[in-house]
Design a binder for this molecule. Structure first.
Ligand code: SAH
Length: 235
């Protein structure tokens, strides 16, 4: 266990601090959440490698640096209500939950929903609720959100998310016209109708598949487990 604690501390210093993650609350959250609990048993020894790892259903747990980058960009604070689209293993939701009041997290694969719920329960993380569904429709019942974070890339930010974002709220999502290559985009809602967009660098995420994103691949094709990459210089 202490090996994992040491590996996590090394990960924070070498993969996050050196890449420019400087929000101490984010670094503390990354120090606290045990990534090894979110990866398949056979990959535990790789839990603190600088890379995404397969979690089943052709999906991946994001690279630690990208989770930290997205959560830092989301500027979470303790009263925030967060929508997390693409629960996957539940790791990013758990890190976001360490910095906010509640995380509502949506995943389209039932197997991953069950797995994430199980891991979060085992870790006694009670401020994350995991839903099965298409996150491109948002989640009206708990809107507005102070932050919306998506770990899957789509051709545009789903229209309904803008409406479900609080004024002052932040969306962080990979956007690109290819299924596996995107720019990490941050959108801030400045007023009722005014949104400000900025780019945080090039990334490669699995596709966001849903009614307001990419169509589902046919059975023979994979959703794509392309490795996520983040430019060493970003952000
Ligand atoms: N944040 C996750 C990363 C998972 S990868 C983690 O820390 O492990 C992205 C996830 O988005 C995949 O599990 C994929 O199934 C899911 N996904 C893709 N499109 C979706 C959609 N429209 N709604 C909900 N989940 C979606």
């Amino acid at each position: 266990m202490s090996d994992f604690n040491e590996a996590r501390e090394r990960m924070v210093e070498r993969q996050l601090v050196r890449r420019g993650i400087c929000d101490s609350r984010v670094l503390d959250a990354m120090r606290r959440v045990p990534r090894e609990a979110f990866v398949p048993d056979c990959l535990r020894d790789l839990a603190y490698e600088d890379r995404p790892l397969p979690i089943g259903n052709d999906q991946t747990i994001s690279q630690p640096a990208i989770v930290a980058t997205m959560i830092e960009a989301a500027e979470l604070s303790s009263a925030d209500i967060v929508l997390d689209v693409g629960t996957g293993s539940g790791y990013a939701a758990a890190v976001a939950a360490a910095l906010s009041a509640h995380v509502h997290s949506i995943e389209r694969h039932a197997d991953l929903v069950a797995m994430a719920r199980d891991i979060l329960a085992r870790l006694n993380i009670s401020n994350v609720t995991v839903y099965l569904g298409d996150g491109t429709a948002g989640l009206a019942e708990h809107a507005p959100y102070d932050a919306i974070i998506a770990a899957a890339g789509g051709p545009h930010i789903p229209g309904i998310w803008r409406k479900q974002l609080a004024i002052g709220g932040r969306i962080v999502m990979p956007v690109g016209c290819e299924r596996h290559y995107q720019k990490l985009v941050k959108l801030v809602r400045r007023s009722e109708d005014d949104y400000e967009s900025s780019s945080l660098g090039e990334v490669s995420f699995v596709p966001l598949v849903g009614a307001d994103a990419w169509p589902a691949p046919d059975a023979a094709q994979s959703d794509g487990a392309a490795p996520q990459r983040i430019q060493e210089t970003s952000p």
